[in-house]
Design a protein. Structure first.
Length: 274
């Protein structure tokens, strides 16, 4: 018998790889877990979804097998009045969302595999109920999918946090220079009229930083042509007068947005601007 552990849900998936249980039984257990956790995710303020009676046949069955690990990993603990499992903490704990995502991925994978084995088109000798240990490769692939999705989500979240931090720093009277320098905009912090114009107004800095991001993207996507174009435009900017900066940056922002996000006449063509 598998001993539930409040460890990571990946432990449950690895335990399945050596299990002799039939896939249909695991599918049913995972379906119950997804329903329990999904109720909390959809109705975080409803306490009735956060307390599970251990004597309930469905819950008792889960606690005797691998799926019980997922409930523990998602945040369910033995309640003080015993006889119950309880999930407390934030409205929707981050780990609960992670466990729910993993359980859904595994559920879909096992359902697909079970359906393939029972399909009329499958060879008669394979048309039977598979056991989990026979699907070791599928389970391993599912593990890779879950880890990959988590890495992708973490990278996207980091990117969003970084963008938010940059935006806040650009607005700050004390930190905006460092934000520009770290993003390749040191030419804007020139110690002259341009820097003074940026320092005078948060709106000026926001406009310039948005343009800077587009220039960085353009040079990354379109290489030498875009690099030469941006270098020439920047050399013109630093020579302009204080009253010309707003119009010049606004016009160039529109030009770059049209070049980068407009539909080219030929798919994949380099924008004419570069």
């Amino acid at each position: 018998q598998f001993q539930p552990s409040p460890s990571l849900p990946m432990e449950f998936l690895r335990a399945l790889a050596s299990s002799e249980r039939q896939v249909s039984a695991v599918v049913k257990g995972l379906d119950d877990v997804c329903q329990i956790l999904g109720n909390i995710a959809s109705h975080p303020s409803e306490n009735k979804f956060r307390r599970l009676r251990k004597s309930n046949p469905r819950i008792a069955a889960l606690l005797r097998v691998e799926e019980g690990c997922l409930l523990r990993a998602a945040g369910f603990e033995d309640a003080s009045d015993d006889g119950f499992l309880e999930c407390s903490g934030p409205e929707v704990p981050a780990l609960l969302e992670e466990v729910l995502q993993g359980a859904r991925i595994m559920l879909n994978s096992l359902r697909h595999a079970a359906g393939a084995h029972s399909s009329p088109s499958a060879p008669s000798m394979e048309r039977r109920e598979p056991r989990c240990q026979e699907l070791f490769q599928l389970i391993e692939c599912t593990l890779v999918d879950i880890v990959g999705q988590r890495s992708k989500d973490d990278a996207e979240a980091h990117k969003k946090r970084r963008r938010l931090d940059q935006t806040e720093n650009v607005r700050s009277q004390d930190r905006w220079r460092k934000a520009f320098e770290e993003s390749g905009g040191d030419f804007l912090v020139d110690g002259g009229a341009l820097e003074a114009w940026l320092a005078s107004d948060e709106g000026h800095r926001t406009l310039a930083f948005k343009l800077l991001r587009l220039q960085v993207d353009a040079m990354k996507w379109y290489g030498p042509g875009a690099q030469a174009y941006c270098k020439d435009w920047r050399s013109q900017l630093v020579c302009r007068q204080h009253q010309e900066f707003q119009e010049m940056l606004s016009k160039e922002l529109c030009n770059l947005e049209e070049a980068l996000y407009g539909f080219p006449e030929q798919p994949g063509a380099i924008p004419a601007l570069f």
